[in-house]
Design a binder for this molecule. Structure first.
Ligand code: LMR
Ligand code: MN
Length: 612
């Protein structure tokens, strides 16, 4: 399976190479036109053309790198259940380089993973958003060092409560809070420019951001080694980046925060160093560069090893980059310093559960839920605690946990535990075709079931590796593999080329082919398989199963009702409800899974919901 994953990336890489060729072709055309000009001009044009080629190639490399990071993220998209990978929940971390995407902007949410548009955002989605924004808050411990700063903090707090009426604080407001907290010049050298700094800060506070930027630029020009001036400049750029939604400004801002690090005396740092590192790591993470975030957090923690909030941040960055072992180490360090730390317990429980040590994970996850940090009370902590309990046969306890999460507005009901939800959708485990607007599509699929079956079987017979193992850790026993044709609303050209007639049929069904929160795939299950009770990630789809090869003694439970498949017939389930599958027969079972948009979603929602 690992091999196949790599193969998948290679094929994407190949199509990107295609892009390079196209670019090269364009520049050739450009040269040909220039041949009409005089010889000397032609040399000039050659240079220009060469430059264009270089720029285009560079751009291609950038696109390639950006897409690579996206691809790897797509690769991890869980399709059957709420992920054990921490990556799944991160919002905005793959902000593209051409578009400044902020976590509080609603219009761009569709472009960032796992964020829905304003209209369709569920309470769960909102909670995640809030958590992320809260995660950006500067640590109380280091920002209350001086009386003056305390005063500043209070002003910040007042502002906070005002803003609360509307929504959570925006990034720029947080940025200006940080400014307010640090009027004190960073060093003796800085004190000569204290007034200038104070005035520039005030501009920033009044949200005259461009003026503040100019003022700080001037100060930096005069005092290039002033840590405080660079910090002010960094924050002005940061705030302006937010206002203008510009990644270019954000990159400049990051450079200035880095300057603060470079110019700081680590043996005797100013109060500014910590918020600068905090923000620097946060902005790098926002840009999808967790590696850099980790680097600065580690550098800081090497020097100041008991900074719990930044240790927590570091553990998140490790989890986001799939370095669970390192995350575990940091979380254990936190628990050594603070044994009842709610954040560390919950997150360590999450790591331990992903290693399938349910006995050990359960008390930690409970500790997180009962602890002092909301970040360990998010949906997936309830989800995986209940899951661990269910797998150990502690069903009643699991359902108490699910009930509590439901009371807290995290799950719609204890049965329906998807975390990426649109509100007010009709919800029932089993659907009849006549309850959907998809009767014609269902007929089309049923009428063509033999074609679909034969193409699937021929792939299976020719290439046993074409089908990928279920890798979301949902099987207790047995073998379950899938061959995916469409996912997140996009066709997989490679797999589709191997079942062309089937993909032609699906292309005619726009509500399935274009379903950004679903897949179209073959699913093969071997005798002796038991799939643990699990819940899909979203309530935005209805899942159709077309029976292709159905032996005796196979069954699926969704909610309270158990059913089975029939060859050439469709069943419709809502996989956001708990479901469980058994294969107690004696030969393989093959079905074709087609996810349709939930019929209650509006066109606007279908357009703007983030892909899953
Ligand atoms: C599931 O959706 O978890 C299963 O029903 C899929 C399958 O192949 O039975
Ligand atoms: Mn499932």
């Amino acid at each position: 399976m690992v091999k196949q994953r790599k193969g998948k990336k290679r094929s994407d890489g190949a199509s990107l190479q295609g892009q390079t060729n196209t670019n090269a072709k364009n520049s050739t055309t450009f040269k040909t036109k220039s041949e009409k000009k005089s010889a000397s001009e032609a040399i000039g044009w050659h240079r220009v053309a060469l430059l264009v080629v270089i720029i285009l190639l560079a751009a291609t490399v950038v696109i390639y790198i950006t897409n690579q990071s996206r691809l790897s993220e797509d690769d991890h998209t869980p399709s059957e259940s709420v992920s054990m990978r921490y990556t799944e929940i991160e919002i905005g971390s793959s902000a593209s380089s051409d578009d400044h995407v902020t976590s509080e902007s609603s219009s761009d949410k569709g472009k960032t993973p796992k964020v829905s548009s304003e209209e369709t955002t569920s309470r769960q989605d909102d909670d995640e958003l809030k958590r992320r924004q809260e995660g950006q808050d500067v640590d109380e411990k280091k920002t209350t060092k001086t009386t003056k700063q305390k005063g500043m903090k209070k002003r910040g707090a007042k502002k906070d409560s005002k803003v609360k009426k509307g929504k959570t604080k925006t990034q720029s407001q947080e940025a200006s809070d940080r400014v307010l907290q640090s009027h004190i010049p960073a060093s003796d050298q800085d004190s000569g420019i204290a007034d200038d700094i104070m005035n520039a800060d005030k501009l920033l506070e009044k949200r005259r951001t461009s003026d503040a930027l100019k003022a700080f630029e001037q100060i930096v020009g005069k005092f290039p080694s002033s840590v405080r001036a660079h910090y002010g400049l960094a924050m002005s750029l940061d705030q302006l980046a937010d206002e203008q939604r510009s990644n270019q400004l954000l990159t400049q801002s990051i450079k200035e925060y880095e300057k603060v690090w470079e110019l700081s005396d680590l043996a005797n740092p100013s109060d500014i160093l910590r918020p600068a590192v905090d923000r620097l790591a946060n902005r790098y993470a926002f840009m999808g560069q967790s590696g850099k975030a980790v680097m600065y957090l580690k550098r800081y923690l090497n020097q100041f090893s008991d900074d719990l909030p930044l240790m927590r941040e570091l553990s998140i960055q490790y989890l986001l980059t799939g370095q669970n072992g390192k995350a575990r180490h940091v979380l254990e360090q936190i628990l050594k310093l603070r044994p009842n730390d709610g954040f560390a317990m919950g997150h360590l429980g999450f790591v331990v559960k992903s290693e399938l040590d349910y006995e050990k994970a359960i008390p930690l996850l409970y500790g997180g839920l009962r602890g002092d940090d909301d970040r360990s009370r998010e949906g997936r902590f309830y989800f995986h605690l209940g899951d661990a309990l269910q797998r150990l046969g502690r069903r009643d306890e699991a359902y108490e946990v699910y009930q509590e999460a439901t009371n807290n507005g995290i799950f719609t009901t204890p049965w329906q535990r998807s975390l990426y939800n649109a509100p007010n959708l009709k919800a029932q485990p089993w659907w009849k075709p006549s309850e959907t607007p998809y009767v014609d599509s269902i007929r089309l699929l049923e009428a063509n079931w033999k074609t679909i079956r034969d193409e699937g079987l021929s792939v299976m017979n020719r290439d046993t590796n074409a089908f990928e193992y279920e890798d979301e850790n949902l099987r207790e026993t047995g073998d379950w593999k899938q061959f995916t044709l469409f996912m997140r609303g996009s066709e997989n050209k490679d797999t589709c080329s191997r079942v062309p007639k089937t993909c032609d049929i699906i292309r005619k069904i726009r509500q399935a082919a274009g379903n950004k929160r679903g897949q179209v795939k073959y699913s093969v299950m071997l005798p002796g398989t038991h799939v643990w009770p699990h819940t899909g990630p979203t309530n935005c789809r209805l899942r159709m199963h077309l029976g292709l090869v159905i032996p005796e003694n196979v069954r699926i439970r969704v909610g309270n009702d158990t059913g089975t498949w029939e060859e050439g017939k469709i069943i419709i389930i809502d996989d956001s409800f708990e479901h469980e599958v058994w294969h107690e027969g004696s030969s393989m079972r093959l079905i074709f899974i087609v996810d349709f948009w939930h019929p209650d979603l509006s066109d606007q929602q279908k357009r703007t919901l983030s892909p899953i």
